[in-house]
Design a protein around this ligand. Structure first.
Ligand code: ADP
Ligand code: MG
Length: 354
């Protein structure tokens, strides 16, 4: 039914889509695109009852540069909310930041938050309530693979089956979606962070070289791959020699980095194959026709699409702008009534989240 008040509110209010990722939080605002893209990191002061001292980029900067009682935490690191309070404050901070940038929008915003599909009912409720207490007039929750699929342009509300593989920092989520629902879902804790660990372990075991997480991530992004490269490359790893205790730089090849990543990549490949195994035959036919879309930062690992394609015998492709799929998808849910009706996840006790 047409409600003039809602219509008027809609003209002036903000529609905000949030990707509460394990590594990065992104905020999409209707008509403006991605307005916030910051690490999901919160710095707390352990001497002052864990008081929050910084959030996002500022918090990440502080890591390792501050006294020991300031510690940085990633409240969603494993795809579950390890700390309600901190997650709530983070959400609060990001919603407020957008609201501040848009002082003209008097009515409170409508918000859709993408959450890892592993979170429990209690956690869902906590995120919903956090969004409301941060000033949202309506807060919907969407499971990240659903939002990623929407952001990747897949026809999620149609009867056609689509497969999305979202490789983030803490988790890889594989889902087959049709008619606005998730038909098959797999979530594992092997993703970008684990790949960084693989490189750290490799350098330690093979070269007695202790490298930091940042160095490992740089190496992964620069020369990491899941399948032989046309032109193999070299990267210099800098760290501390564990025997001499002195700083050391060692050149390693992309072949070695690929070897280091091979276990994690195999686990991801196996998970995709298991999901395909579980998919009803009618939907398999759709997947064969339309292929498998990759999203999340991990989708950028070179030749992962080629490797997956070889192992699944399907067409596999990286979605456009894979790092922003979830945030853009969450934003699109607010723009399309059929998405809003069909793709949001519900809270228990029969109550939907709006
Ligand atoms: P989340 O949704 O869990 O917050 P993101 O989708 O933002 O995670 O992806 C972050 C992960 O993607 C990090 O582990 C990062 O190292 C990794 N990543 C980003 N760019 C690349 C790249 N070019 N190659 C491989 N991994 C990448
Ligand atoms: Mg993500």
């Amino acid at each position: 039914m047409f409600n003039p008040l809602n219509w008027l509110l809609g003209l002036f209010s903000l529609d905000i889509g949030i990707d509460l990722g394990t590594a990065n939080t992104l905020v999409h605002v209707k008509g403006q695109g991605i307005v916030i893209n910051e690490p999901s990191v919160v710095a707390i002061d352990t001497r002052k009852k864990n008081r929050v001292v910084a959030i996002g980029a500022e918090a990440k900067e502080m890591v390792g540069r501050t006294p020991a009682h300031i510690v940085a935490i990633r409240p969603l690191r494993d795809g579950v909310i390890s700390d309600f309070d901190v997650t709530e404050q983070m959400l609060h901070y990001f919603i407020h930041k957008v609201h501040e940038q848009n002082l003209l929008s008097v009515p409170r915003p409508r918000v859709v938050v993408g959450i890892p599909s592993g979170v429990t009912e209690v956690e869902k409720r906590a995120v919903h309530d956090a969004a409301i207490s941060a000033g949202a007039r309506e807060a919907g929750l969407v499971e990240e693979p659903m939002a990623a699929a929407i952001g990747a342009g897949l026809p999620v509300t149609e009867s056609i089956g689509s497969m999305i593989v979202d490789i983030g920092g803490g988790t890889t989520e594989v889902a087959v979606i049709a008619l606005g629902g998730i038909v098959v879902a797999r979530s594992i804790r092997v993703a970008g962070d684990e790949m960084d660990e693989d490189i750290i372990n490799y350098a330690r075991q093979k070269y007695n070289l202790l490298i930091g997480q940042r160095m490992a991530e740089q190496a992964k992004i620069a020369v990491g791959s899941a399948y032989p490269l046309e032109q193999e490359e070299i990267i210099t790893l800098r760290g501390r020699n564990l025997v001499t205790g002195l700083p050391e730089a060692i050149d390693v090849s992309s072949v070695e980095i690929r070897e280091a990543l091979s276990n994690s990549v195999s686990v991801i490949v196996d998970t995709v194959r298991e999901a395909i195994d579980e998919t009803p035959p009618e939907l398999i036919a759709d997947l064969m026709e339309r292929g498998i879309a990759l999203a999340g930062g991990g989708a950028l690992l070179r030749n992962l699409d080629v490797r997956l394609s070889e192992e699944t015998k399907m067409h596999v492709y990286v979605a456009e702008d894979p790092l922003t799929c979830v945030a853009r998808g969450a934003g699109m849910i607010l723009e399309r009534p059929e998405y809003y009706r069909e793709t949001l996840t519900t809270l228990q006790r029969g109550s939907t989240v709006h």
